[in-house]
Design a binder for this molecule. Sequence first.
Ligand SMILES: Cc1ncc(COP(=O)(O)O)c(C=O)c1O
Length: 396
Amino acid sequence: MKELSTIAQAVQASTTMAIDAMFKQMKADGVDVIGFGAGEPDFDTPDEIKAAGIAAIEQNVTRYTPAAGTVELRKAVCERMQADCGLSYKPNQVVATSGAKHAVYLALRALVNPGDEVILPAPYWVSYYELIKMVGGVPVVVTATEAEHFKLTPEKLSAAITPKTKCLILNNPSNPTGMMYGEEELCGIADVVVKNDLYVISDEIYYGLVYDGKPFVSFASLSSEVWERTILINGVSKSYAMTGWRIGYACANDQVAKVMANYVSHSTGSASAISQKASVTALTAPQEKIEEMRQAFEARRNYIVERMNAIPGVSCIRPEGAFYVMMNLEQLIGKTIHGVTITNDDVFADAFLKHGLVAVVPGSGFGAPNFVRWSYATSLDNIKEGLNRLEKFLAD
Ligand SMILES: Cc1ncc(COP(=O)(O)O)c(C=O)c1O
């Protein structure tokens, strides 16, 4: 038989899935394991949003919608972005997609020719790396260290730019680090972007989960020149506990939005009509429930950071958003725990799952060796028990 596509064969399975598969198998076998791998809120979708989905089915809102989404949803996105981020978009500049992940893919499709370079700050969300390759682009990874709070600096960005650079992917707040760029940091990056005429795919899916009362600043809001070059990615998955509804969106200038809408029309077609209706309610209803969830995440963040930093051998910096924390393992490298010599984060995660009965995600898949990611999208009781187990695992 003839070979499969070279581009398709180069796509790697998600590394976050491997440990998850082992965790699920252990759970199915009745082992008392606790998982910190989840990339989704543990809360249920709020009732009024669920009711809107049920009503949509009952009212036969069950047909195709325009490829880029209903005007009602795109208007709701414009209003929410205006209210929360001070951004001005028209409905024709919004493209609703089947999840934010697909919006990132379409944005890359709209911008990248084969061989174009895409700057990807590490630690990065695993899918970005593969998505860049899937469109024939070349990922140019620029590592931001823990000492730099895992944030790209304008200097490092400038140094990575070549004549082939087409765009930069920014994720703010970040998965996997939980760090958030403030206005000044974003302005520094924006200066380099505008000077070098780059596009920016700004994935702000965690913008609703920000702590310590810090203001969230949307990249596109910095200036009209920045707005013109930014493809904003967002969605209802994380802020509204709606991961399974599969609604994301992109906001961009007319030209980019049109190209992305054309791609939607020939690939997935419109996102689910029912989910679009539910998402209108999510975006337009009073946002108190969202605030309750945000506060719960903040309390968990406070607990996990304090406990982790009190355990000898590991440490973490304080995340400012999302629901992840990166645990630094450098002090454990070369040590033997439960008969296993910890040579890297993969070995640690494997040993911690088998002997400590806790699932965390190795950092290497995020471009962050010697770190593991804990997601605190789980109950405070689980978090307490997980850290008790970490303490015990390291003490043995
Ligand atoms: C940074 C980032 N962007 C996008 C997504 C995908 O969101 P969705 O479930 O809406 O496709 C995720 C999910 O983990 C994410 O962490």
